[in-house]
Design a protein around this ligand. Structure first.
Ligand code: F6R
Length: 613
């Protein structure tokens, strides 16, 4: 939520700032702004709307060697020019950008107004600009000292980056519960919400800890805690390259990321079975004795990642015979969860910064649980605060709607399930090896679905005018139905709901409208266990009899009756079906969104990394 970038170095700052903001636009895109550090005076420009609006308004840009830039997802104050960041003090010499929420901004504002400061926006951020301005004067012009003192009086979650016209090549940043990384260049330095902003310039990065203040000049990086004590930086190498954050010939990042799924799944699966048929998952950091004494697993996650958690329940309970509870992270910490040292909490998050998941994680940790993160973003907050982490290898996911990250999260939960099952002797080594080897076939099977995607795209466009689309699944197909509906809602802004097939008759079937022939997409369960496929076949008949147009996603060779269209997916183990069945639903949502003229990569009202509660 909100993208932040800062640059100081020998080049004209406008270029790395705009480039960086372009890469961070997925984090928020309702307004954008920059402050350039020219001597004695800041050049500030900010505009409501997307980054393009800002770029078009930049006619006479002064040459500046440093600056800060921001792309916003509004929390306090609507998306207007005046609420866009940067915010400045009353001298117009200090500018600040912010990601997160300053919870005590109203108190701060009242105090600052009583001292004569005048405010010109409705944001929580502006109070920080005025506060920093006073504190900088108190500290004899030292912006870093001002930042350290300011942060002590702030409540909430924030990344803040500031610049002052009197020291234009100095940029000062701080983070609390919100991301900020430093990029180390040659005679130039960067800071940003995400390495994507500066990957084109350097692969050397520093992770910043909680409540640490970083001060950059072109040639120096200094990090302190809030008491001014020097902190030794932890440097790391960024392993993906700039092309991963570009569209590579695809019309949208989302389509590119859908097509990257075979590789993402393969990369996450690679080298996870030893020669003696043991799942290799050392990152889980649990001894065999600890695994054997596990009594319960609780998965916490949001949105699409929550659906990966639901899939975890089916797989882990079936294989490892451990009870799994799946919790919406934003609800979790408002309960008194029953947790002890034999509970393993799995926090799933693509970004590793989702505030709801982070807060749930802390709640579980405080209650004594052990936390395992599944995350796609190196060194982000959720893995850092967890006891252990399994990184998924999806590569950067830029489109706001999650696709390849989900598939890799599902792979990670399968690996955990197999590992736990093996250690607890619930599956034999041969069974585990067979299942793992079957998983290795999934990338090729996804590839197969994607090779025949054109007819699906054509079919999809026939449903572009629908007002409501319903999704039905049973068993492990139920979270797939929820995911199909979520994707359609967020991308195409169509009313969509996912149901467990058996629940239909308990209410939702009333939504089927014969006049508009409500489209229903049913995921036919794989295999014949519990006759689930037959039960879904009955559900198909029930909705068809009430006037629905039915599309069925079914395995090759499965008998389908009553469908207007059948989308075939390759045969696989029933528990692996979500990896395949999700793909056509992603394409379906994508194509309808394109047909309806939605902004696929940046759907309205959303942001990629949700760093507020
Ligand atoms: C939907 C989507 C969101 C995220 C959710 C959690 O397409 O992307 O529902 O899955 O906001 O985000 P992470 O995984 O970053 O914690």
């Amino acid at each position: 939520m909100c993208g932040i970038v800062g640059y100081t170095g020998p080049h004209n700052a406008i270029t790395p700032l705009i480039e960086g903001l372009r890469r961070l636009e997925y984090r928020g895109y309702d307004s954008a702004g920059i402050a350039l550090g020219t001597p004695n005076k800041l050049f500030i420009e900010k505009r409501a709307g997307k980054l393009n609006n800002l770029e078009q308004s930049l006619s006479s840009i002064p040459t500046a060697r440093s600056g800060i830039g921001h792309t916003r997802w509004a929390t306090h104050g609507g998306p207007t020019d005046s609420n866009a960041h940067p915010h400045v003090d009353n001298d117009g010499k200090l500018a600040v950008i912010h990601n997160g929420i300053i919870e005590n901004y109203a108190e701060l504002k009242a105090v600052l107004e009583s001292k004569g400061h005048t405010f010109s926006s409705d944001t929580d951020t502006e109070s920080v600009a005025h506060l920093l301005s006073d504190l900088r004067k108190k500290h004899g012009g030292d912006l870093s000292a001002a930042m350290r003192e300011a942060v002590k009086s702030l409540r909430g979650s924030f990344t803040l980056v500031a610049i002052h016209a009197d020291t234009p090549d100095v940029i000062v940043g701080v983070r609390r519960n919100s991301p900020l990384v430093v990029g180390l260049g040659k005679n130039e330095n960067f800071m940003a919400s995400d390495v994507a902003a500066f990957i084109e310039h350097t692969k050397r990065a520093i992770e910043l800890g909680q409540d640490q203040v970083v001060t950059l000049t072109p040639t120096t990086v200094s990090i302190t805690d809030l008491d001014g004590k020097t902190v030794t930086p932890k440097e790391y190498e960024i392993t993906w390259d700039a092309s991963a954050a570009q569209k590579g010939g695809f019309a949208h990042f989302m389509l590119k990321e859908i097509f990257e799924q075979p590789k993402a799944v393969a990369d996450t699966l690679i080298a996870r079975l030893s020669d003696n048929k043991q799942i290799v998952l050392d990152e889980i950091a649990l001894t065999a004795a600890e695994i054997k004494s596990l009594e319960k697993i609780v998965v916490i996650a949001c949105g699409t990642a929550y659906h990966a958690g639901m899939i975890a329940k089916y797989a882990i309970e079936k294989w490892a015979k451990i009870s799994v509870e799946v919790e919406i992270a934003s609800e979790y910490r408002y309960r008194d969860p029953i947790i002890n040292k034999n509970t393993l909490v799995i926090a799933i998050s693509q970004s590793g910064e989702t505030m709801d998941t982070l807060m749930a994680l802390r709640h579980a940790k405080a209650a004594g649980a052990r936390i395992l993160a599944i995350c796609n973003t190196n060194s982000s907050t959720i893995p850092r605060e967890s006891d252990a982490v399994i990184y998924t290898h999806a590569g950067p996911e830029i489109a706001v709607a999650s696709t390849k990250a989900l598939l890799t999260q599902i792979v990670a939960v399968y690996l955990i399930g197999l590992h736990l099952a093996q250690v607890r002797s619930q599956l034999t080594d041969d069974q585990v090896a067979d299942l793992y080897n079957e998983m290795l076939e999934l990338p090729g099977k996804i590839e197969q679905i994607l090779e025949t995607v054109e007819p699906l795209r054509a079919l999809t466009r026939k449903f572009a005018d629908a007002n409501t689309i319903l999704f039905l699944g049973r068993n492990i197909g139920y979270p797939v139905a929820l995911e199909g509906a979520l994707k359609l809602k967020e991308l195409a802004y169509i009313h969509a709901e996912g149901f467990a097939g058996g629940e239909l008759k308990h209410g939702p079937i009333a939504l089927i409208d014969s006049v508009s022939a409500t489209p229903v997409i049913a995921i036919l369960p794989a295999g014949h266990e519990h006759s689930l496929d037959e039960k879904m076949a009955s559900n198909i008949q029930e909705v068809k009899a009430r006037g629905a147009r039915v599309i069925v996603i079914a395995e090759e060779g499965a008998n389908v009756v009553g469908a207007e269209y059948v989308i075939r997916i390759p045969v696989t183990n029933p528990l692996f079906q979500p990896i395949l069945a999700t793909v056509p639903l992603q394409v379906f949502a994508y194509e309808i969104a394109v047909a309806r003229g939605s902004d696929v990569d940046q759907p309205r009202n959303l942001a990629k990394s949700v760093t507020v509660e």
